[in-house]
Design a protein around this ligand. Structure first.
Ligand code: 4NP
Length: 158
């Protein structure tokens, strides 16, 4: 089983959006039994809450399910349990390295999966209010991430 964890600050805007969109593509590819997907926040303010209404509305608009997604905080054990830990922006990646207490080799910046972009990270709609901008980036990155995982890990839906 391949495992992927998306991480942002609050786990209510960007990383649950990425979790939902990535799961949508994984199901479309028939790989739902081979890839485990989750999201978490480095902060603890929203533990147990569903995604932000802006994230929920954007997912609904694109026909992507957000069922069963509730905020949780990153735990040290996540570094042992997830092979792909994706930080939504540069500060999320820095925080992940701090929590892991090492430069952890399973941690990747989400923006790495959008080649040629001028963005340094996925903008936080908690501050920008622009859920469409975030959704567009999440969609592109999730598509490329799935292709990369399928290629690198040699996955097929058989
Ligand atoms: P997220 O956005 O990291 O994309 O979930 C935020 C949500 C909540 C807060 C900050 C960022 N907050 O400070 O509560």
């Amino acid at each position: 089983m391949v495992s992927v964890l998306f991480v942002c600050l609050g786990n209510i805007c960007r990383s649950p959006m990425a979790e939902a969109v990535f799961r949508h593509y994984v199901i479309e590819a028939g790989l739902e039994n081979k890839i485990h997907i989750d999201s978490a926040g480095t902060g603890d303010w929203h533990i147990g809450e569903p995604p932000h209404q802006g994230t929920m509305l954007k997912l609904k608009e694109y026909g992507v399910s957000s069922e069963g997604i509730y905020a949780r905080q990153v735990k040290k054990i996540d570094f042992d349990q997830f092979q792909w830990i994706i930080g939504m922006d540069t500060s999320n990646v820095e925080n992940l390295h701090k929590i892991a207490q090492t430069t952890h080799s399973h941690v990747y910046p989400f923006i790495q999966f959008i080649p040629g972009t001028t963005y340094e990270g996925v903008p936080d709609p908690w501050y920008t209010g622009n859920f469409q901008e975030t959704y567009d980036l999440v969609q592109q990155g999730c598509k490329n991430l799935l292709n990369e995982i399928v290629t690198k890990q040699g996955l097929s839906n058989k």
